[in-house]
Design a protein around this ligand. Structure first.
Ligand code: NAD
Length: 354
C-alpha cells in the first residue's frame, strides 16, 4: 500500500476545524499534527498537537500544510513552509498586501512547491457546472454578471480579528469579495476597471460591512460584486450571468442550493396584452423568518471544501498535475484586485487595473 499523505493544519479555529473534519474523510490522508497558538483549542483532538508552527513543521514528517490562521499571519507561516519545501494550502484571502503575495508566488515557483489559495467557491459543484455551460455556449455571448456573497455572522458581531484592519486587511470586501474577484476574473477576465462603494451602517464596526463594486472586463463585459456581513437573510451566495440567449442563476444559502438556466421566449402577444392590463399587483411579501446560524451551514460548506482539499492532495501526490498547476497558478491576482477595490473606495473614483 502506498504511504499516506501527511498533512498538518496550522490554526485550529473555525476554518481549521472544517479542514480537519474534511481531511478525515480521505482514507489516504494522515493528519500528522495540528497546531494552534491557543493550546486550549487542541485538547482532545486525538492527533499530535503543537502550539508553535515552526516546531510543527520541523518536528513532524509532513507533506502539506493547511494554513487557517487570521489573514495577517498567512504570510510568515506560508513562507516558512515553502522554505522547508512543504506544499501549502493557504486560506483565502491570500495575504493582506500584494508585496507578500508576490513573495509567496515567487518562492512557490522557484522551489517547485505548491502554494494554493483556499478559494473554495471555485470548487462548488454548481460553479464547476457553470464553467461547462459557459464553455459549450449554451447561453450565448455573455453581457453582464453579478456575484453576491453575504451573511450576518449568525446574527452576532463579527469575530474579533475580522474587524481589526491590521490583521484582516479590511472588512467584507477582502473577506467575501475576494472569492468573487478570484472567480469572475478567472471566468471572464481580465477585470480592467473597478469602482467600489461601501458602508459600515450594518454593524458600525471600524471596517466596511456592506459593499457594491462595479466592474468592467477587457472583453467589454460589465459586472458587479456585492458583499455583506449584515444581510438579515443570513448566508447567501449568488451568481447571475446574463447571456444573449439565456441567463444562468446560481444560488447557495442557508435554505439550500440551486442552479437554473432561464430563458424567456419572447411572446409578442403577451407583451401587447401586458400593456393593456395592470402589470403587477403586489400580493404581499411572504415573511421568511429564520434563525440564521453559521453552524447550520456546515453541510453546504463541507462539499466545496472537501473538493478543494481533494485537489490540494492531488497536487501533492501527482507530479504532472503539480507541474501544470505551477505553470498557471496566479496567487497574486486576487490580492491585486482586492487592493484596487480599496484604492477605489479610498479615492472615491474608479481605478484601472493596468
Ligand atoms: N475558504 C473559505 O470559505 C473560508 C471560510 C472561513 C474562513 N476562511 C479563512 O480562514 C482563516 C481563518 O479564519 P477562522 O474563521 O478559522 O478564524 P478563527 O479566529 O476562528 O481561527 C484562527 C485560529 O488561528 C490561531 N492562530 C493565530 N495565530 C496563530 C499562529 N501564529 N500559529 C498558530 N495558530 C494561530 C488562533 O488561535 C485561532 O484559533 C482566515 O484567513 C479566513 O479568511 C476561509
Amino acid at each position: 500500500m502506498k504511504n499516506k499523505l501527511k498533512i498538518a493544519i496550522v490554526g485550529f479555529g473555525k476554518r481549521g476545524k472544517t479542514h480537519f473534519r474534511n481531511y478525515q474523510s480521505f482514507p489516504h490522508v494522515e493528519i500528522a499534527a495540528v497546531c494552534d497558538s491557543n493550546e486550549e483549542l487542541l485538547r482532545g483532538v486525538g492527533v499530535p498537537i503543537c502550539s508553535d508552527y515552526k516546531r510543527t513543521i520541523n518536528d513532524y514528517d509532513i507533506d502539506g500544510v493547511s494554513i487557517c490562521v487570521p489573514t495577517k499571519f498567512h504570510y510568515d507561516i506560508a513562507r516558512y513552509c515553502l522554505m522547508k519545501d512543504k506544499h501549502v494550502l493557504v486560506e483565502k484571502p491570500v495575504t493582506i498586501n500584494v508585496k507578500e503575495a508576490k513573495v509567496l508566488q515567487e518562492l512557490s515557483v522557484k522551489r517547485g512547491v505548491v502554494c494554493m489559495a483556499g478559494y473554495s467557491l471555485r470548487f462548488d459543484r454548481n460553479i464547476e457546472k457553470i464553467k461547462d455551460i459557459l464553455e459549450n455556449g449554451e447561453i450565448g455571448n455573455v453581457i453582464a454578471v453579478r456575484g453576491r456573497q453575504a451573511h450576518n455572522w449568525g446574527g452576532k458581531q463579527p469575530f474579533d480579528w475580522h474587524i481589526n484592519k491590521k490583521i484582516s486587511g479590511g472588512g467584507t470586501i477582502i473577506d467575501n469579495g475576494s472569492h468573487y474577484f478570484d472567480l469572475l476574473d478567472d471566468l471572464f477576465g481580465p477585470i480592467v476597471e473597478i469602482n467600489a462603494v461601501a458602508s459600515n451602517g450594518g454593524l458600525h464596526s471600524p471596517v466596511e460591512d456592506t459593499s457594491i463594486i462595479s466592474l468592467r472586463f477587457a472583453n467589454g463585459l460589465i459586472g458587479s460584486i456585492e458583499t455583506s456581513w449584515a444581510d438579515a437573510r443570513g448566508r447567501n451566495n449568488e451568481l447571475i450571468i446574463w447571456g444573449k440567449k439565456a441567463v444562468i442563476e446560481y444560488s447557495e444559502s442557508n435554505r439550500g442550493g440551486d442552479l437554473n438556466i432561464v430563458s424567456y421566449g419572447s411572446n409578442k402577444d403577451e407583451w401587447n396584452r401586458l400593456t393593456e392590463e395592470t402589470l403587477y399587483i403586489p400580493r404581499g411579501i411572504e415573511q421568511i423568518i429564520k434563525q440564521s446560524n453559521i453552524d447550520n451551514n456546515k453541510a453546504l460548506l463541507a462539499e466545496s471544501t472537501a473538493n478543494m482539499l481533494g485537489y490540494f492532495l492531488t497536487l501533492i501526490s501527482d507530479g504532472s498535475a503539480r507541474t501544470k498547476f505551477l505553470d498557471k497558478h496566479d496567487l497574486v491576482r486576487s490580492v491585486v484586485l482586492v487592493d484596487l477595490a480599496y484604492k477605489s473606495l479610498g479615492q472615491h473614483r474608479s481605478v484601472k487595473t493596468v
